[in-house]
Design a binder for this molecule. Structure first.
Ligand code: FES
Ligand code: FES
Length: 152
């Protein structure tokens, strides 16, 4: 399968039913994307596929051909953070951090389609991303802040 991850072309030879999450973590060593539940219930494994937030634990390698994948590693750099990453730091969102790359990818996808989301919009868009540490209020604040940064 040939596809792009974070603007870098890749070709892998893996079983067709291997989840994208395994391709990213085990084949490409991109471990920023996390394995939470493996059954599309937690959102920890969220990445962007052609700009759309998807659960990488549910996406088969067989369907990767030609797809443009963005993971947390591809959003920004330590010197030039993505607006969502910068807002996450400013609002000190993360606690244990395990769910956070999935949360950030989901937030990026939300702001792409809705640059000025309301609290309700945010709660709806983020409802599939679980955080056992309960960072939801700070996630909401950070998304509002990122929205201002993107719009500035
Ligand atoms: S690991 Fe994919 S949704 Fe939980
Ligand atoms: S920060 Fe710990 S699970 Fe979300």
């Amino acid at each position: 399968m040939r596809f792009t991850v974070n603007q870098t072309p890749h070709e892998v030879d893996v079983p067709e039913d291997m989840p994208l999450l395994w391709v990213l973590r085990d084949e490409l060593r991109l471990t920023g994307t996390k394995y939470g539940c493996g059954i599309a219930q937690c959102g920890a494994c969220t990445v962007l596929l052609d700009g759309i937030a998807m659960r990488s634990c549910q996406f088969r390698a067989a369907d990767l051909e030609g797809v443009d994948v963005t993971t947390i590693e591809g959003l920004g750099t330590p010197e030039t953070l993505h607006a969502v990453q910068a807002a996450w730091i400013e609002k000190q969102v993360a606690q244990c951090g395990y769910c956070q790359s999935g949360q950030i990818m989901q937030a990026v996808a939300l702001l792409e389609v809705n640059p000025e989301p309301s609290d309700t919009d945010i709660d709806e868009a983020m409802s599939g991303n679980l955080c056992r540490c309960g960072t939801y209020p700070r996630i909401r604040e950070a998304i509002h802040l990122a929205s201002q940064k993107v719009g500035a």
